[in-house]
Write a protein that binds this ligand. Structure first.
Ligand SMILES: Cc1cc2nc3c(=O)[nH]c(=O)nc-3n(C[C@H](O)[C@H](O)[C@H](O)COP(=O)(O)OP(=O)(O)OC[C@H]3O[C@@H](n4cnc5c(N)ncnc54)[C@H](O)[C@@H]3O)c2cc1C
Length: 415
């Protein structure tokens, strides 16, 4: 069952978010695109008190529930998250990706941490005066799509009872914001037993300013240029024993390890798809607005054979947008009702990545030379769109997951 009715409280929140997106983010979108390593301080400072208040309320509920946090009824927090991400990305995705909060690191703690760890690590997002960020590091120079081949190691020092991390992670979103510019953390995936493959992979909460952790300056990127993307190196970085997410016993069954990483994606892929949909909607609206100024308006009543080429293109763009958005809502709805959504999460992410790439390309094409120029936003939207085809599993990897699930193949049988 999909309920398309958005609760009134959420509608009001969406209206407020739209104001931030249209009045704070959109007017500065070009500036931060052209000043890649500057932080969008107006957005960050405006949104942080709101995020902290929401986190505070969530933390109070969590504390009240104690060790039995299972809620009755639907978890509308996921729907709320997806709708707000869509709206903020409509404003400007680069700035949205700098949003303070637990981010991907928080998804990982939720997916793989014990209740005690959730209380301990997530409290800072409800309490700190200044903005705080979380991040997650899986990707390495030789371990991208096949991240089970990661080489970053975590070795237990029995004398101090600490994990010692060594290795390098690349392309980490909010890596500097979480580890150097705030009191945040990064959830780092590393192996405790390189010979064990997936079974040896665990996740560790590495706090900001941990000695032995070096963050190198960000990439010069094609799109989402305001986003903070860095390389993180670990050289004998020491992490307390209980910062390994899940059980404190590395070999215990309750330590979710690699499975925890996959569960992180169940929530983060619909979030990425929602972000893609925000860009797609922005491109569609922008294109229709500029075409209308030139006197081109789609006549939906016209028989198909009488449509102009431009009208057909616009209708096709809208159809791609709607189908990808519906798939995103379907994957989210499963999360809201606590059902498994591995297949839907990959489906919506793969489809949204493709749809937003095509829609924004078409926008540039339809708008002619100005569409290709820096004077208008269309070319920026096209550049910002492409990342949705890459992070949180590339399109190809998500299609593999979909194919395996539908055809009943194992990872070994279909790779
Ligand atoms: C801006 C940005 C932000 C990022 N943020 C983060 C982050 O916060 N944390 C993090 O851990 N990572 C992050 N990443 C990394 C991202 O998740 C990886 O880039 C992605 O997983 C792909 O890995 P790779 O780049 O090593 O490509 P590769 O794995 O080398 O893939 C290259 C190409 O081969 C294709 N391919 C690979 N294997 C197969 C296969 N079996 N079948 C068919 N095709 C295949 C891929 O789809 C891709 O097109 C980020 C990346 C970018 C660019």
């Amino acid at each position: 069952m999909i309920d398309f009715e958005i609760p009134e409280k959420l509608l009001n929140e969406l209206k407020m978010t739209e104001m931030v997106a249209s009045q704070v983010m959109r007017p500065r979108a070009r500036y931060y695109d052209e000043h890649e390593h500057e932080r969008p301080k107006e957005f960050i400072n405006m949104i942080w008190p709101v995020i902290r208040e929401q986190n505070k309320a969530q933390m109070e509920r969590r504390r009240a529930n104690g060790s039995a946090p299972r809620r009755e009824g639907p978890n509308t927090a996921m729907l709320r998250m997806v709708l707000l991400i869509e709206m903020l990305s409509w404003g400007d995705t680069g700035q949205y990706l700098c949003m303070p909060g637990s981010g991907l690191g928080g998804f990982a703690v939720e997916a793989a941490g014990t209740e005690e760890q959730k209380l301990k690590f997530l409290a800072r997002f409800a309490e700190e005066e200044k903005p705080v960020w979380g991040s997650m590091a899986i990707t390495e120079p030789d371990a991208g799509s096949d991240n089970s081949s990661m080489r970053t190691t975590a070795v237990l020092d029995p004398d101090s009872n600490e994990w010692i991390l060594n290795g390098e992670k690349i392309f980490i979103t909010s890596g500097s914001l979480s580890l150097c510019e705030s009191n945040g953390f990064c959830v780092v995936w590393a192996t405790v037993d390189p010979k064990a493959g997936r079974a040896g992979i665990k996740s560790f909460v590495v706090d900001a300013h941990t000695p032995g952790v070096t963050v190198s300056p960000g990439l010069d990127k094609f799109g989402i240029r305001a986003s903070d993307t860095v390389v993180i190196s670990f050289q004998d970085a020491r992490v307390p024993f209980d910062h390994m997410l899940g059980s404190v016993e590395p070999k215990a069954k309750s330590s979710k390890g690699f499975r925890g990483a996959m569960q992180t994606f169940d929530a983060s892929r619909p979030a990425v798809a929602a972000s893609a949909m925000g860009i797609a909607r922005a491109a569609l609206e922008y294109t229709k607005e500029k075409l209308a100024e030139a006197g081109v308006v789609v006549d939906y009543e016209k028989p198909r054979h009488l449509l102009t080429a431009v009208e057909r293109d616009l209708i096709e763009m809208e159809a791609q947008y709607k189908s990808a958005w519906l798939l995103t809502l379907k994957a989210t709805e499963a999360l809201v009702y606590g059902r498994g959504n591995r297949l839907e999460a990959s489906m919506c992410k793969a489809h949204a990545g493709t749809a937003v790439t095509r829609i924004t390309q078409k926008a540039v094409e339809l708008l002619g030379p100005l569409g290709y120029s820096r004077e208008w936003l269309a070319e920026k939207l096209m550049r910002d769109a492409k990342i949705n085809d890459i992070y949180e599993g590339t399109r190809q990897i998500n299609l593999l997951i979909v194919a395996r699930a539908i055809l009943g193949y194992t990872r070994r049988e279909l790779k």
